[in-house]
Design a protein around this ligand. Structure first.
Ligand code: LMG
Ligand code: NDP
Ligand code: PMR
Length: 399
């Protein structure tokens, strides 16, 4: 057991390499979370402290969930009653908003162990604590979706923990509605599509193998979409509208140098880049479904959780917008949902036994009942989905 625990040690959560700490600090500054150099020391020591804690916890989780020794469904010896082990769910961007609320809903159900895959360890730790998550129900692992290296490192670390993966939730996102000039990921992609789509695309492609191996009764890969990427809705018609065009900018790598930073090859627009990234998310979910659902039995799903007008997504918007947006959505469009309610919705897509249909984009009506929603023409275009897939796999180094 001592040996086994030791072998888990490096995997219990990933500490960025020296260079990487610098990178994540730089990113944090970029997103308005200022981590000074003096904090760097704190970050490292706190990371080590948490690593120690996790050694114990992951040991416990492992005992609970280890794949070959503990099958997903056990027959208890006493009454022949079937018991299900805890499911393991990775949620990207679980340090705030929808991701955190979902982590909370799942952790509190007692049926899930949540792996919070976050770019800012300290922020995630504080968020988990203030949300009241019980220590045994979650693990924080470092993941910066704006770096393909970090994505690969995350997958490696996760595999080393030997934890079965039952559900992956691609939730993290950035939105730069007021940016005049594009920003870029570590690999030189425009940051919204680079983070929201390409980072998740690589993560999902790599973790597909792990999901396939899970013996959990319902394994799922979920990609959060949005109404604002769907031009068959009023919200999707608020300018600038999503439009991927012929993907010439994406094919050029979104570098903003010899090619445009925008997928359609047009002038940079931060709000459009976000909406385009959501179209990619919804197309990717469907392409996964077409390619892998039958073979793997994995349920692929996307959703629009409602307008969660209070989250960090709008942190880069002007203050007036941030003040008026929640009442506007609450009283005028009636599209508003609280973070708590949105978390329950996404938690349903993770674990509700009635939501196992694959290839579906879920939404909720005003009575909070789920229904299969229609995607816009572009967001359901199978030919475009195939092209986005093929171009994306070249960009992330899979083809
Ligand atoms: C852009 O502006 C910015 O230019 C861009 O930089 C980025 O920030 C982007 O999405 C983010 O926004 C959007 C801007 C332009 O919209 C506004 O926010 C301006 C507000 C205008 C106020 C209108 C009055 C609303 C009622 C007052 C309530 C007070 C509270 C205000 C709170 C504001 C919070 C939002 O938008 C426009 O150009 C204005 C026109 C928008 C109407 C779009 C609707 C088109 C409908 C077309 C119908 C198509 C049919 C679809 C079929 C559907 C079938 C179901
Ligand atoms: P938040 O900003 O509250 O949450 C986004 C999360 O993504 C944060 O945890 C953030 O981390 C994380 N993140 C950002 N960049 C990276 C990165 N490079 N690597 C890892 N994690 C990263 O926004 P929401 O909760 O609103 O957004 C969650 C999802 O919901 C998104 O996919 C969004 O598109 C979708 N959505 C939101 C709607 C809304 O009305 N809010 C409506 C429809 C869909 P950190 O905490 O460190 O910043
Ligand atoms: Mg929208 C039923 C109407 C509806 C809904 C459900 C949303 C959701 N919005 C609606 C209508 C309108 N919005 C109208 C009529 C306007 C013009 C006044 C409007 C404006 C608006 C702006 C400027 N809305 C926005 C913005 C943003 O910056 C948000 C955005 O586009 O982020 C990409 C946004 C949103 N409106 C929504 C939702 C869910 C968002 C944000 C989040 C997202 O898609 O992820």
């Amino acid at each position: 057991m001592a040996l086994q625990t030791a072998s888990l040690l490096p995997a219990s959560f990933s500490i960025p390499k020296e260079g990487k700490i610098g990178a994540s600090l730089k990113d944090s500054t970029l997103f308005g979370v200022s981590l000074s150099d003096s904090l760097k020391g704190d970050f490292t020591s706190s990371a080590l402290r948490c690593k120690r804690e996790l050694r114990q916890k992951v040991g416990a989780v492992k005992a609970e969930t280890a794949a070959p020794a503990t099958p997903a469904v056990n027959k208890s010896s006493s009454e022949g009653k079937k018991t299900l082990r805890k499911g393991n769910v990775v949620i990207t961007g679980a340090s705030s908003g929808l991701g955190l609320a979902t982590a909370k809903a799942l952790a509190e159900s007692g049926k899930w162990h949540v792996i919070m895959a976050c770019r800012d360890y300290l922020k995630a730790a504080r968020a988990a604590k203030s949300a009241g998550l019980a220590k045994e129900n979650y693990t924080i692992m470092h993941l910066d979706l704006a770096s393909l290296d970090s994505v690969r490192q995350f997958v490696e670390n996760f595999r080393r923990s030997e934890t079965p993966l039952d559900v992956l939730v691609n939730n993290a996102a950035v939105y730069f509605p007021t940016a005049k000039e594009p920003s870029f990921t570590a690999d030189g992609f425009e940051i919204s599509v680079g983070t929201n789509h390409l980072g998740h695309f690589l993560l999902s492609r790599l973790l597909l193998e792990d999901l396939s191996k899970s013996d959990y009764p319902s394994k799922r890969l979920i990609i959060v979409g949005s109404i604002t990427g769907n031009t068959n809705t009023l919200a999707g018609n608020v300018p600038p509208k999503a439009n991927l065009g012929d993907l010439r900018g994406l094919a050029g790598g979104l570098t903003g140098l010899n090619s445009s930073a925008m997928i359609d090859g047009g002038d940079f627009d931060g709000a459009k880049a976000y909406k385009d990234s959501k179209v990619c998310n919804m197309l990717t979910m469907q392409e996964f479904h077409r390619r892998y659902h039958e073979e793997t039995g994995i349920t692929f799903a996307s959703l629009y959780p409602g307008c969660i007008a209070t989250t960090g997504l709008f942190r880069e918007h002007i203050p007036l917008f941030r003040t008026l947006f929640p009442p506007f959505q609450k009283y005028i469009t009636k599209g508003y949902v609280s973070e708590e309610e949105s978390g329950k919705r996404l938690a349903q897509v993770v674990s509700d036994p009635s939501l196992t249909k694959s290839g579906v984009y879920w939404s909720w009506n005003n009575a909070s009942a789920s229904f299969e929603n229609q995607l816009s023409q572009e967001a359901s275009d199978a030919e475009k989905a195939r092209k986005v897939w093929e171009v994306s796999e070249k960009l992330v180094g899979l083809a």
